[in-house]
Design a protein around this ligand. Structure first.
Ligand SMILES: C[S@@+](CC[C@H](N)C(=O)[O-])C[C@H]1O[C@@H](n2cnc3c(N)ncnc32)[C@H](O)[C@@H]1O
Length: 339
């Protein structure tokens, strides 16, 4: 089991202070603290008058700093799949006027959306993966354990299948595979069987119900751990519902089309599945050639398209102390090179 595999923005244990997870009430505007914001700005090198994309606006904390760094005339295209995030970002970024262009869209569509918005060749592309504290705190979205609303978990609530749908329709084998693949859940089989047994008499519709079911299904020793026993199951469902890894691969591929030579790709990831994809993508594009090692002379003709900006970075102790949710963050950066 990989102990680094936990979602920092994932649900906390009952009784633990849960930012943005109010008892009753819809959404408390507790805010989302942008993670490693100085390191992001430094790695992006968002210079005056540059063109930037923030593909994951969230609470727009990073976007605000990028717009400040690229003053007076730099422009930013901000995307989020979540319409509520776009509305909030619009308020926060209003003072930048038409320097901020915001669109509700999935970053898997970046290669189409960005040129349409006038951002076909940019100096920087930033992605801060996962969910925001606003989403976690909105009980209607079903991201947190104590959410009383339905188990939805979609970033974009206008499309796709909510988590409750998957729980109601996948068979035990499919659920097991999902919890293993996206959660590395060691008790995936037991949990899946419990889901199938329970739903025969009672539909599993709320986050509270699911968290309690998982807690009952795992062995006693797994219950005393620092993270809630349902953390991996919730994370796996969220990744599946939003096809987060597929979207990430498409978003990374779009960076090759959109970045100008010298332009920078900066990604903050929060668990090993995401980080592995980012790391491999940069390594492959830095190498260029994809011929098998036994082929003596390159026949694929592929040239390097990225240059890694060095080892990954993680937050310092002070940031982890003041924002515990930053604790699993890993930042990677790369620069587009001319082909
Ligand atoms: C960690 S938050 C970003 C926080 C932001 N950097 C800030 O400073 O507040 C991640 C955001 O990305 C959005 N998101 C996740 N996957 C996405 C995707 N494939 N396309 C577009 N937005 C996505 C989520 O809806 C969420 O609002």
């Amino acid at each position: 089991m990989n102990d680094n595999f936990r979602d920092p923005l994932g649900p906390a244990r009952d009784g633990e202070s849960v930012e943005g997870s109010p008892e009753g009430g819809a959404e408390r505007e507790v805010g989302h603290l942008p993670v490693m914001v100085d390191e992001v700005i430094e790695t992006l090198a968002a210079n005056a008058d540059s063109l930037q994309i923030d593909a994951t606006l969230g609470g727009a904390g990073h976007a605000e700093r990028i717009l400040e760094a690229s003053a007076p005339d730099g422009r930013l295209l901000g995307l989020d799949a979540d319409g509520a995030a776009i509305a909030r970002a619009r308020r926060r970024l209003a003072r930048f006027g038409d320097r901020a262009v915001l669109r509700q869209a999935n970053f898997r569509e970046l290669a189409r959306v960005a040129p349409e918005a006038g951002f076909g060749a940019v100096d920087g592309l930033f992605m801060d993966l996962g969910l925001s504290s606003y989403q976690l705190g909105d009980v209607e979205r079903g991201f947190g354990f104590r959410a009383g609303g339905s188990l939805d978990m979609r970033f974009d609530t206008s499309r796709g299948r909510p988590a409750a749908d998957l729980l109601a329709t996948l068979d035990a084998r499919e659920l097991t595979a999902l919890f293993r693949k996206y959660g590395e859940e060691p008790f995936a089989g037991r949990i899946s069987r419990a889901i199938v047994e329970t739903r025969a008499s009672t539909p599993i519709e709320t986050a509270e119900q699911l968290a309690a079911l998982v807690e009952r299904s795992v062995p006693g020793k797994a219950r005393g751990r620092r993270i809630h026993p349902a953390t991996r199951v919730f994370q796996a469902l969220r990744i599946a519902v939003n096809d987060e890894l597929g979207a990430l691969e498409a978003g990374l591929a779009a960076s090759l089309v959109l970045l100008r030579p010298g332009g920078r790709l900066v990604v903050l990831s929060y668990h090993s599945l995401e980080d592995r994809i980012v790391k491999r993508f940069i390594a492959t594009e830095q190498r260029g050639c994809i011929c098998p090692p036994e082929v003596p002379i390159c026949v694929c003709g592929r040239q390097p398209r990225l240059r890694s900006l060095g080892r990954s970075r993680t937050p310092g102790a002070a940031e982890i102390h003041s924002n515990p949710r930053s604790r699993s963050a890993r930042l990677r950066g790369a620069e587009r090179v001319a082909a």
